[in-house]
Design a protein around this ligand. Structure first.
Ligand code: FAD
Length: 436
């Protein structure tokens, strides 16, 4: 293992993927997270492992990266992904002019896309609107972010990383024009501590720019905070993810998230990731838009609603909602931007491209330290403890949970299908393995 110490701020999808990439290249990594698993945007997203088709017509780079990482993540983290497939649907009376750009973009990005027979679709999916005019099948999938991030962190831990939850970074340690570490505060006890690092990677998502500005007065990281609301129905209506065949806009995707359905999203700018209001009108709007694809939604109760905040990389002339801003990511190297060595920040990106982002960050870090280690994350199967009769006592010992409880979990999970596999008991086991 290299002696180079790296501190990663934030254990969202991107920080966790970076921790795994760097640990697997031999760096000594500490991940510092102020909350718990999926406390940030990665726990408040739409649930899609994008095929890239949504971006095919107007953001070809994100489309290409999405389709590439979709395949890799499905392979290395199959236990987190449901291969639903996704449909892009146009309805009677709608303008078809987007179709050509969509199909061209999919072909250019290398996204498999084929037309679906409408009569068969209506038989197969009785809840879909009868006014479907055309539909195209793409490899969209659904991903459970808790499992994905927990697996990334478990894998990083087994590669030698330290993972600290409930630990907020409150300041950077500096010596002249160098960042030499971070100052942390345990949010439960209030205790502060210093952590030395040869490099600090600020992967705190929507909180990144604020942390830089507050602690170091750095303003070079310009991000747009774009929030989105989603509504959840306590039923699953379709096998497929449904998308409207039109330029990305509000309320145009329905994700069958295991046993539930998530309709979203909206897009509006906010000043702070901690202050996002869910507007009643947005809930009605999403219900109305969702019912155009699945009419029964109109008369169903909304089970719950939530919102998340995207930190998009600001571009000149960015649109006022953030809807048309690229989902591309950027590495901000503060040695070049602000004459402050030892500090990188990550902006933008998608959960679906988190592995590729981490690979690029890993390459950048290797360049800084003159290492020739290459990323291996496209080949490393992410860890996920499989509960069996043989390892039950060992897991009981590691987690402090009783044999009896684990035996019940084993029985329950072995009789479940993938689609309803979301098991709070299993997640409790994972949390214990991660925290200890
Ligand atoms: C409405 C919406 C829907 C989306 N849907 C999808 C989708 O379907 N598919 C997809 O691929 N992408 C989707 N995205 C994008 C995706 O959710 C994000 O790109 C991704 O989750 C960002 O991950 P992250 O690690 O950068 O941020 P986060 O998950 O927010 O992680 C940052 C972490 O940093 C921690 N942190 C902050 N400050 C500090 C500090 N001072 N000290 C320590 N820790 C700190 C936070 O607690 C947080 O856990 C969506 C985004 C939004 C807003």
């Amino acid at each position: 293992m290299s002696k180079t110490k790296i501190a990663v701020i934030g254990a969202g999808a991107i920080g966790s993927a970076i921790a795994h990439d760097l640990s697997s290249r031999g760096f000594k990594v500490s991940v510092v997270e102020k909350g718990n698993i999926i406390g940030g945007t990665s726990g408040r997203f739409h649930g899609l492992l994008h095929s890239g088709a949504r971006y095919a017509a107007n953001d070809i780079k994100t489309a290409r990266e999405s389709v590439q990482d979709n395949k890799v993540i499905s392979r290395i983290a199959g236990h987190c992904v449901e291969d639903t497939g996704g449909l892009f649907i146009s309805l009677e009376g709608e303008d078809d002019s987007y179709k050509e750009a969509f199909l061209k973009g999919c072909a250019k990005a290398g996204i498999e896309c084929r037309p679906v027979d409408i009569e068969s679709l209506k038989q197969e999916e009785p809840f879909i609107s009868k006014s479907v005019k055309s539909a195209f099948l793409v490899p969209d999938k659904v991903i459970n972010s808790f499992r994905y991030i927990a697996s990334l962190l478990l894998t990083a831990k087994s590669e030698g990383a330290d993972v600290l939850f409930d630990t907020e970074v409150i300041d950077f340690k500096t010596a002249g024009k160098n960042v030499t570490g971070i100052r942390t505060r345990n949010v439960r006890t209030g205790k502060t501590a210093d952590l030395k690092a040869d490099l600090v990677i600020n992967a705190s998502g929507a909180w990144s720019s604020r942390l830089l500005f507050k602690s170091l007065n750095i303003r070079s990281m310009k991000t747009i905070l774009s929030a989105g609301t989603m509504i959840v129905f306590d039923s699953r209506f379709t096998r497929y993810v449904l998308n409207r065949l039109r330029p990305p806009s509000d309320g145009d995707i329905i994700v069958p998230f295991f046993g539930q359905s998530i309709v979203g999203t909206t897009s509006f700018l906010v000043n702070s990731p901690d202050k996002v209001r869910i507007d009643k009108d947005d809930i009605e709007f999403l219900k109305n838009e969702g019912s155009k694809l699945i009419p029964v939604i109109k008369n169903m109760p909304v089970h719950r609603s939530y919102s998340g905040v995207r930190a998009l990389v600001a571009q000149a002339g960015s649109d006022p909602t953030g809807r048309e801003t690229s989902r591309d990511f950027m590495i901000f190297d503060h040695s070049k931007l602000d004459d402050m060595a030892g500090l990188l920040s990550i902006g933008g990106g998608k959960l679906s491209t988190s592995r590729l982002i981490a690979k690029d960050v890993g390459d950048h870090v290797c360049h800084i330290f003159g290492s020739k280690e290459r990323s291996k994350t496209n080949r490393i199967q992410l860890e996920w403890p499989k509960l069996t009769n043989d390892n039950l006592s060992k897991i009981a010992e590691k987690t402090g949970l009783s044999d009896g409880f684990l035996r019940e979990v084993l029985e329950e999970t072995s009789s479940r299908t993938f689609s309803d596999m979301y098991s709070p008991a299993m997640d409790l086991i994972i949390s214990r393995l991660l925290f200890d």
